[in-house]
Write a protein that binds this ligand. Structure first.
Ligand SMILES: *Cc1c(COP(=O)(O)O)cnc(C)c1O
Length: 367
């Protein structure tokens, strides 16, 4: 049996009757950039995340940058970022001319460890960017408490966590700002690049809106510095259709996670993902941990099961950040995770047979 890591074609086949005319309409209307498809998606997405303002962007990376740009983060400032995340989280601070300052994670949930934040704060620290990694909300009560104590902004990276909740509230509205990605493989994926930035603050919302569109609200009148971070009309149309299915797809991910968990409990030297009691995990990724990661991955590959590594190198050890002077040993939990995590196939269209097959292969390896 072949079990791909994700299967974007299966999802397209299921909704093509609805998607194709939505795309055709954008072509007929020549509504290629922003426009009605994007604004109606923005409104629907904001509502579902309980935030007042949401703006469609060209990518999630744009969101990481724009969130901090709108907060006036700049040269001389420091921004605290988890050491184990996708690198785009750190581009936000970097592109603003600020310095990303890494902090270690909690091995139970792979998210930023709130107890490790304070030791990274200096007089230059301006913001914390928690990531709801793999689809599980970070410990927001504790993070917001540290932020408040030190007067720091919190900008959530929700790229992997559409519809995830913490204490029953959706992610994206805990910090002053938040960013989302609609990269095709994300829980809500465009048919190309896409992202969003969100906030409840009307002044910040206005800045986001202007910076996204060359610093202007009125064409050719530029009030502030800006960039072109606009979402395409086609992506707005695709996302508008797909948003209606996201609850269903999220439930399917949760069912798959539950089945994996049932089939894989009790293995030695094998850690299943832990769910925090306050967190609703949306399983962008189903990530296990084992010291035998390399051999298990090879065994699965030979059995037709594709897996992924999220992520093999923590940010403080990336060559791109070598000028920051970090060393192996600085963030032991993030380093251990990088060496031992393995992401199993996870997407809504996975079948029970496929999951049972993956679990059998894993059990076979440990026997
Ligand atoms: C995917 C991702 C991003 C970047 O999103 P793009 O849309 O690919 O630019 C940022 N942060 C995290 C945690 C991500 O997983």
């Amino acid at each position: 049996m072949q079990v791909p890591f994700v299967d974007l074609k299966a999802q397209y086949r299921a909704i093509r009757e609805e998607i194709n005319p939505a795309i055709q309409k954008i072509l007929d209307d020549a509504a290629f950039i922003l426009g009605g498809s994007v604004s109606s998606f923005e409104a629907a997405f904001a509502k579902l995340h309980g935030v007042k303002y949401c703006y469609g962007l060209g990518s999630g990376t744009d969101g990481n940058h724009l969130a901090l740009w709108g907060l006036n983060i700049g040269p001389g400032d420091e921004v605290i970022i988890p050491a184990n995340t996708f690198i785009a989280t750190a581009w936000g601070a970097t592109l603003c001319g600020a310095t990303p300052v890494f902090a270690d994670c909690d091995l139970d949930n792979y998210n930023l460890d709130p107890k490790k934040i304070e030791e990274r704060i200096t007089s230059r620290t301006k913001a914390i960017v928690p990531v709801h990694l793999y689809g599980q909300p970070a410990d927001m009560d504790a993070i917001l408490a540290v932020a408040e104590k030190h007067g720091l902004h919190v900008a959530e990276d929700c790229a992997q966590a559409h519809f995830a909740t913490y204490n029953g509230r959706p992610v994206g509205g805990f910090g002053i700002a938040s960013s989302f990605s609609f990269y095709p493989g994300k829980n809500l994926g465009a048919y190309g690049e896409g992202g969003a930035v969100a906030t409840n603050d009307p002044d910040l919302a206005r800045k986001f809106r202007m910076i996204r569109d060359h610093g202007s609200e009125q064409k050719y009148y530029h009030e502030v510095l800006g960039h072109n971070y606009r979402m395409d009309g086609i992506q707005g149309a695709v996302l508008g259709v797909k948003l209606k299915y996201l609850h269903e797809w999220t439930e399917a991910r949760n069912r798959h996670a539950k089945l994996y968990r049932e089939l894989l409990t009790g293995l030695p030297e094998f850690a299943l993902p832990e769910e925090g009691s306050h967190a609703f995990h949306v399983y962008h990724l189903f990530v296990i941990r084992t010291p035998h990661r390399r051999r298990l991955q090879e065994h699965l590959q030979q059995s037709g099961v594709s897996t992924g590594l999220h992520y093999p190198v923590p940010l403080h050890l990336q060559k791109a950040f070598q000028h920051l002077g970090y060393r192996r040993g600085d963030f032991p939990m993030a380093e251990l995770a990088a060496d031992q995590v393995l992401s199993l196939p996870m997407y809504p269209e996975l079948t029970r047979d496929q999951i049972e097959y993956v679990a059998d292969c894993i059990r076979g390896f440990f026997d």
